[in-house]
Ligand binder design. Structure first.
Ligand code: ATP
Ligand code: MG
Length: 278
C-alpha cells in the first residue's frame, strides 16, 4: 500500500466552513455521479462528515449509496416542493457512518413544471440546504462537505444546484468531444453566478475514464490542462471495471474494492480536493 501512504493515508483536512460543491456537466455519462459518490465516500472514510444531495431524477447516486427508496422515504422532491425539511430527508448510508444522502426519486423530474410559477424556483435548493446545514450544525455534527450530483441537462435542477453551491467540480471524460460542451457549461455557470451567486467558482476539473493506452485520451487530457491549468487535478481517474460494477452492489468503489486502481485514484482525487484552499 505504498501509494496510499504517498497520497497521505486516509486522513483529510477539515475545511473552515462547509464546502458545497455542485458536480455538473450537461453532457451525459461523463462520470458525474461516480465522482460525487466516490469522492464523498473517500472523505467520509477519512472521518469527515459528508452529504450527497441526489439532484438527478435518474437517482443513480441514491442507488450507488444504497439509499432506502420505498414510498415513505422523504426525497429531494419532497424538500423542493416544501413537504419536508432538508434535515428530514437526510439519511445515513449503511457502509460509512459519516456519509449521508438526500435521495432522489423519479418525480423530481416534475419540479420544472410544478415550480414554474414560483418566484423562488431557482433558489429553493439553496434555501432548504442552508436550513438543513444550520440544523445539523446545531445538533453538533456540521457537514464538512456537500456534493450535489447534477443531471445531464441545464434545466431548473442543475440551476438550483449552481445557485446553492460555492464551487463547481466538472468531470471531463477524456474523449474526442469532451471540450465541445464546456463553453456552454461555463456560460450557464456564469449566468447562475451573475444572477444569484457571485461567489461561485469552477474550482475543480477532474479527468475521468482516462486510458493510458490511447493517444487520444492523453491528447484530450493535455488540452483540458492547457485550458484549465489551475483547476485540473493532477489525478486522473482510469477506466476501471471495479468502479463500474460497485453501484450494482449499492456500494462505492471506496468500500467495495478499496485496493483497486479506481478506489486509489478517487482517494487521491479526494486528497487533492481537500488540500486545495476552499
Ligand atoms: N472510471 C470509470 N471506469 C469505468 N466505468 C466508469 C468510470 N466512471 C464511470 N463509469 C461508468 O460510466 C457510466 C457513466 O458514469 P456516471 O453515471 O458516473 O456518469 P454521469 O455523468 O453521472 O451520467 P449522467 O449524465 O447520466 O448522470 C456508468 O455506468 C459508470 O459506472
Ligand atoms: Mg449521473
Amino acid at each position: 500500500m505504498k501509494r496510499l501512504d504517498a497520497i497521505g493515508g486516509s486522513k483529510f483536512r477539515v475545511p473552515a466552513s462547509t464546502r458545497i460543491i455542485a458536480i455538473a456537466n450537461q453532457k451525459g455519462g461523463v462520470g458525474k455521479t461516480t465522482t460525487a459518490v466516490n469522492i464523498a465516500a473517500a472523505l467520509a472514510q477519512g472521518g469527515l462528515n459528508v452529504l450527497v444531495v441526489d439532484d438527478d431524477p435518474q437517482g443513480n447516486a441514491s442507488t450507488a449509496l444504497g439509499a432506502r427508496r420505498d414510498e415513505n422515504v422523504a426525497t429531494l422532491y419532497d424538500v423542493l416542493v416544501g413537504n419536508v425539511t432538508m434535515r428530514d430527508a437526510m439519511q445515513p448510508t449503511e457502509k460509512l457512518e459519516n456519509l449521508f444522502v438526500v435521495p432522489s426519486s423519479i418525480n423530481l423530474s416534475l419540479v420544472d413544471v410544478e415550480l414554474a410559477d414560483q418566484d423562488d424556483r431557482m433558489t429553493r435548493l439553496r434555501d432548504t440546504l442552508r436550513e438543513g446545514l444550520a440544523a445539523t450544525a446545531a445538533e453538533g455534527a456540521p457537514f464538512d462537505y456537500v456534493f450535489i450530483d447534477c443531471p445531464p441537462s441545464m434545466s431548473l435542477l442543475p440551476i438550483n444546484a449552481l445557485i446553492a453551491a460555492k464551487e463547481v467540480l466538472i468531470p471531463v471524460q477524456t474523449e474526442y468531444y469532451a471540450l465541445e460542451g464546456l463553453t456552454q457549461l461555463l456560460h450557464t455557470i456564469e449566468g447562475a453566478s451573475a444572477s444569484h451567486n457571485p461567489e461561485l467558482r469552477v474550482s475543480t476539473i477532474l479527468l475521468t475514464m482516462s486510458s493510458k493506452n490511447t493517444n487520444l485520451s492523453a491528447e484530450v487530457a493535455e488540452n483540458v490542462r492547457d485550458y484549465f491549468p489551475e483547476q485540473t487535478l493532477e489525478t486522473e481517474i482510469p477506466r476501471s471495471v471495479r468502479i463500474a460494477e460497485s453501484p450494482s452492489y449499492g456500494e462505492t468503489v471506496i468500500t467495495f474494492a478499496p485496493r483497486s486502481s479506481g478506489a486509489i485514484a478517487y482517494l487521491a482525487a479526494a486528497h487533492e480536493l481537500a488540500n486545495r484552499a476552499e
